[in-house]
Design a protein around this ligand. Structure first.
Ligand code: IPD
Length: 263
């Protein structure tokens, strides 16, 4: 692996948090769970994973800013750099004993994601990327799929939980898209959805109502694997609007056309 010192630091932090999560996952039925809102849960496992990541990253780079799902935003002395961290993407899967969740860490520099790590600790699959260096899973280089027929393509999304306002538009997306393609998956971990687009397993992924920590690392991974990532509404900022489309190059246009027709 020839990534930068920052990338190696991110990998170290993700692996350390992943080990802690795997331990908690083995005894998930004993975890105390609390609700942050309808359908939005947190446990000691998420908090401990974020603590570990923060200790590693901020210990090594105290001036960088921080945006974490569990501890929120914290500006650093260096306004140009910040870590964007989801210590446990796919919390609901994790709490139900489903082995589909990941640690996601991104580094942003001057508003642009420059490195990303997504660690699927239950499967020991480490996705990593750095701007200009490509996208990888462990030692294997990733490329988006070359499928170019919508009817042979599969897509993934997140279906909003807990009465999120994005539900009606997502249902319209599904009604328009499903007759045109080979299927839509809803696995419950946005970071891994993006990793699977980068790995060519699905042709695309879209979601309305995501947060920066869910997708920051995955956005760069898809781009570095040769795919496209755009906001659902043209001209909007992905983080601000919380709605994105990611896909291979071949079905990008027809996919965007369908998803941009919904409200
Ligand atoms: C959630 C997952 C899910 C997506 C939600 C996210 P969390 O993240 O990524 O797939 O549909 O929008 O909030 O809460 O498990 O970190």
């Amino acid at each position: 692996m020839q990534g930068s010192a920052n990338l190696n630091l991110m990998i170290k932090a993700a692996r350390k948090a992943g080990r802690s999560l795997v331990k908690d996952f083995r005894e998930v039925e004993n975890l105390q769970v609390s609700s942050k809102g309808p359908g939005d849960f947190v446990s000691r496992a998420d908090r401990e994973a974020e603590r570990i990541i923060k200790e590693e990253l901020r210990g090594a780079r105290p001036s960088y800013g921080w945006l974490g799902e569990e501890t929120g935003e914290d500006a650093g002395e260096d306004p140009t750099r910040r870590w964007i961290v989801d210590p446990l993407d796919g919390t609901t899967n994790f709490l139900h004993g489903l082995p589909h969740w990941a640690v996601s860490i991104a580094l942003e520099h001057k508003g642009e994601i420059v490195s990303g790590v997504i660690f699927d600790a239950a499967k020991d699959e480490l996705y990593w990327t750095e701007k200009g260096l490509g996208a990888f899973m462990n030692e294997t280089r990733l490329r988006v799929s070359g499928r170019n027929r919508m009817i042979e393509s599969i897509f993934a999304t997140g279906v909003p939980f807990g009465g999120k306002s994005t539900l009606p538009a997502t249902l319209q997306d599904l009604a328009r898209l499903m007759p045109t393609c080979a299927g839509v998956r809803r696995w419950g971990a946005a970071a891994l959805d993006l990793a699977y687009v980068a790995a060519g397993k699905y042709e695309g992924y879209w979601e309305r109502g995501i947060k920066p920590w869910d997708v920051a690392a995955g956005i760069l991974l898809v781009k570095e694997a040769g795919g496209f990532v755009v906001p659902v509404r043209e001209g909007r900022d992905i983080f601000e609007s919380g709605a994105l489309i990611a896909s291979n190059a071949a079905v990008h246009e027809p996919l965007c056309k369908i998803l941009r027709e919904a409200a």
